[in-house]
Design a protein around this ligand. Structure first.
Ligand SMILES: [Zn+2]
Length: 161
């Protein structure tokens, strides 16, 4: 569960296959804490007061102290042990959190640009919002970013020994 200031982190965690509820601006702190308790969710927040309050109420919470995505991913990896790789068969829609389904080019051909159909092999469709995803130009950037964070995490781990 992430607060309204962590929209980008939310989309990345969903790509990594995690079931993430985006809280936006709705509800009071108490409502959010109750929701986290009811659903046994970990709360990721940039709001220190909310973090303290959540901990006190027995919610597993992580205070995210950076506005930079890489730092945020690193913090979540260190605190929650998330895997920094995209599971091809178990990813989620960054927009609506619905699990993605791998599909054949023929299934999505009408929904994608011709160029993509010619150059891509792997496609996913979201049965929640209908969006189609594929391995495109940004894939390499995404992988490089995840690898950088992974190296940071491993470096951090070693310093504790
Ligand atoms: Zn979707």
């Amino acid at each position: 569960m992430v607060d309204g200031m962590l929209g980008k982190l939310c989309r990345w965690l969903r790509m990594l296959g995690y079931d993430v509820v985006y809280l936006g601006r709705r509800g009071s702190d108490d409502d959010l804490i109750r929701l986290a308790l009811e659903q046994s969710k970990t709360l990721l927040t940039r709001d220190f007061l909310l973090y303290r309050k959540a901990l006190k109420m027995g919610v597993k919470a992580v205070y995210i102290d950076s506005g930079i995505l890489e730092e945020q991913l690193k913090q979540v990896a260190l605190n929650c042990g998330i895997k920094l790789s995209i599971p091809l068969d178990n990813s989620r829609c960054p927009i609506c959190n619905h699990p993605l389904r791998m599909c054949l080019k023929e299934d999505v051909e009408s929904k994608i640009p011709q160029k993509v159909a010619e150059s891509s092999m792997i496609f996913w469709v979201c049965d929640g919002c209908g969006k189609v995803y594929w391995i495109g130009r940004h894939w390499r950037d995404i992988m490089a970013k995840l690898r950088r964070v992974q190296l940071e995490v491993e470096g951090k781990g070693k310093s504790y020994l």
